[in-house]
Ligand binder design. Structure first.
Ligand SMILES: *Cc1c(COP(=O)(O)O)cnc(C)c1O
Length: 394
């Protein structure tokens, strides 16, 4: 077989990530590679840290991108903070809370689960009860934006509760950073991680993390070595740390970091408040169109994420056939259900650069057209006007 250069099709990405990447970010990625200890690169890293601190709304000195996807940010938080024997309360209301439990077990901790139904927010009352019955718990872990269901939890309230009981907190904001408000310092989040490819609209493969002093104190005073050499913050800080001369730890993904720098710059130029508003309004437009068609959200209105819209698949409709027609005929990707929701829902993402009026329009019209042709039980001819009305009112 003759192998040629790979030229991907141009798609509109409205799934659970990656999201559409801005041309400015792709262009940044293609700039000349330089050494990862080059003074020019080090300066870029300092700016990158400042941009990340803005995105997270924190002054934490340890704020940096882990050189690997969101899952590695998750592992970085758990492997550094969980010591063998530590009791860790994990709030689970979807797929990603389950992965947190896996992390705790693999690093020798004892997970205590607080479970809520998929599609619901984490119940603060249940966490409170669990904290009271497990007074020896050291850490509480939670997912802010459950990408598997589209539910958002009240991280500020959950973190506050954890602190009343003297627990550190680990918060997953892979899908929320840049899309919905996160205020690391104001909410006193101890350890947080995110991903580059969701509402930051960078290419996949980087995971911003931030640790406050309380969390770092636990890392520095561990009885045993961090089980992962690569993710041991005591070592990584030698490269990303402030002041002291930067030492080689691993070769930074140089060009990927240019891309993240550009993506974060775009976010700062727009401003966090404007970005959050944009995600909110485009969600309202999408919602108006979907609901007019007769589709229903699985998450109750108050807990819905604007950037991840999970709707039930209408009865009798072939899930995979719809998604493949959208992809092949409209170059439009939407997400399938994950875990317990596989085959039951579609997950329509409006993340970062994908959260645009023209994408809402494409999604609503393509979905209506495909579902209509397949004879699905939906209302025809009403979705676009309903959507347009919301777009005009913003
Ligand atoms: C996508 C996602 C992750 C994992 O990120 P990867 O970059 O795929 O490793 C973790 N948590 C949540 C909530 C996510 O949406």
């Amino acid at each position: 077989m003759l192998i040629r250069s790979f030229n991907p099709p141009v798609r509109t990405l409205m799934g659970p990530g990656p999201s559409d990447v801005h041309l400015r970010v792709l262009e940044a990625l293609s700039r000349p590679t330089i050494g990862h200890l080059d003074p020019a690169f080090i300066q870029m890293m300092d700016e990158l840290k400042e941009l990340l601190q803005y995105a997270f709304q924190t002054e934490n000195a340890l704020t940096m991108p882990v050189s690997a996807p969101g899952s590695a940010g998750m592992e970085t938080c758990f492997v550094n903070l969980v010591e063998p024997g530590d009791k860790v309360i994990v709030c689970q209301n979807g797929v990603f809370g389950g992965r947190m439990k896996e992390n705790v077990e693999r690093y020798g901790g004892i997970p205590v689960m607080v479970e809520d139904a998929w599609g619901e927010a984490i119940d603060t009352g249940k966490l409170d009860e669990t904290l009271k019955t497990h007074a020896d718990a050291r850490i509480v872990a939670m997912v802010h934006a459950e990408t598997s269901t589209g539910a958002q939890s009240d991280v500020q309230a959950l973190v506050k509760l954890a602190h009343v009981h003297d627990c550190l907190t680990i918060v997953d904001t892979v899908t929320s950073l840049g899309g919905t408000p996160i205020k690391v310092d104001e909410w006193e989040i101890d350890a947080i991680y995110s991903g580059s490819q969701k509402c930051l609209s960078c290419t996949p493969g980087l995971s911003p993390v931030s640790f406050n002093e309380r969390a770092l104190e636990k890392v520095r005073n561990r009885q045993s070595k961090v089980q992962s050499w690569f993710m041991d913050l005591n070592l990584v800080m030698g490269y990303w740390g402030e002041g002291a001369k930067r030492a080689y730890h691993h070769t930074a993904p140089v060009n990927a970091l240019y891309a993240l720098h550009e993506a974060l710059l775009i976010l700062r130029e727009e401003g966090l408040d404007s970005a959050w508003d944009r995600h909110h309004y485009n969600h309202l437009a999408l919602k108006a169109g979907l609901e007019a068609m007769g589709l229903t959200f699985i998450v109750k209105e108050a807990d819905r994420l604007p950037q991840l819209n999970a709707v039930s698949i209408p009865a009798g409709v072939d899930d995979a056939a719809v998604r493949s027609r959208l992809l092949n005929e409209y170059n439009l990707e939407i997400g399938a259900g994950l875990g317990a929701l596989a085959g039951k829902v579609w997950r329509i993402g409006l993340m970062g650069h994908s959260s645009r009026a023209e994408n809402v329009l494409l999604c609503i019209s393509a979905l209506e057209s495909v579902l209509g042709e397949m004879g699905a039980d939906i209302k025809l001819g009403v979705a676009l006007p309903a959507m347009q009305k919301v777009l005009e009112s913003n």
